[in-house]
Design a protein around this ligand. Sequence first.
Ligand SMILES: NC(=O)c1ccc[n+]([C@@H]2O[C@H](COP(=O)([O-])OP(=O)(O)OC[C@H]3O[C@@H](n4cnc5c(N)ncnc54)[C@H](OP(=O)(O)O)[C@@H]3O)[C@@H](O)[C@H]2O)c1
Length: 311
Amino acid sequence: MSDLITVVGAGSRTAAALIPMILEETDYRVRLLSTREVFTHDPRVTAIRLDPTDRQAVKRAILDDIPAVIINTAATTNVDRCETDRSTCWSVNVDLVEHLARMCRVVDAHLVHMSTDYVFDGTKGPYSELDAPKPISYYGKSKLAAENAALGAGIQATVVRTNVLYGPSQEHPDFVAWILESIDARVPVKVVTDQYSNPTYIDDVAEAILRLVRRRRTGIYHVGGADYLSRYEFALRIAEVFKVPTTSLEPVLTDDLAQPARRPLRGGLITLKAEADLGMKFRGVQAGLASLRHSLYAKLQHPTQRRSLLP
Ligand SMILES: NC(=O)c1ccc[n+]([C@@H]2O[C@H](COP(=O)([O-])OP(=O)(O)OC[C@H]3O[C@@H](n4cnc5c(N)ncnc54)[C@H](OP(=O)(O)O)[C@@H]3O)[C@@H](O)[C@H]2O)c1
């Protein structure tokens, strides 16, 4: 049995939380596949720079050192860009997953693939694993097609759906960073009051993935934070925890933004299955934002001790 986990899309915000956790909490070696140059001095880590949509390159990387587990965090996650650049979206979000599933069949590896609450239409969220998906955007359609490719490939496959990730990675500005930077720059920021979700602290999804790997769980798992709230309410909580003024936050409706892609309004995920099966409680926004603040302040105070596995 191989002792290797291959992480695809190793430059993603999820991978930035997951990789140090794998190295600290397990004995697995880790192989990173990324479009970026990744420098590491850790003898348990190897990195290969490649385009994950290059099938031959991915095949070579997998056959060269056969993994027990492939964790795919690569995706085009810009929902509006997926609507307008459909071929890139499909190639990264679907074709890549089909190829990884095929490779998992060849080398008998467990595929863990990440997905989203955008596979639902947002008419009656939060959703459980038993609810029927009905995507309303091209991004959502691509993510559902990828889920089906992974789950229907006749391999050990796990789909981890999550929503509104936030965390300390400075390379990946997220909703929290956008709100804080806009407030700091005193730029008015339009925030929707009618999109609901349960924002997820990045370490919680990373820990859930790790437990799914260790317990060899397959099928669909929903991972999300403990609080269900609108983006505007989330922005107010961010301002409260970081003690910044809310004057630049401007409440708007989704329709006012006229974005290229439709958004599920009442999205979000019911996480009872993951909590029961993995023995986890996911952070609500107060605890998640407090963890984030702690992590950001620690980085400010000890900039040289920042983990620098990834560029
Ligand atoms: N962020 C969220 O709020 C959220 C919510 C729900 C679900 N998800 C799902 O969770 C997973 C991880 O999301 P994330 O936010 O951690 O991802 P992310 O930070 O947006 O990173 C995705 C990675 O995918 C690779 N990638 C993106 N576009 C590419 C392209 N055109 N060609 C080749 N590679 C490309 C890149 O990997 P390299 O940098 O290694 O090249 C990129 O860093 C995704 O499946 C996403 O759909 C995310």
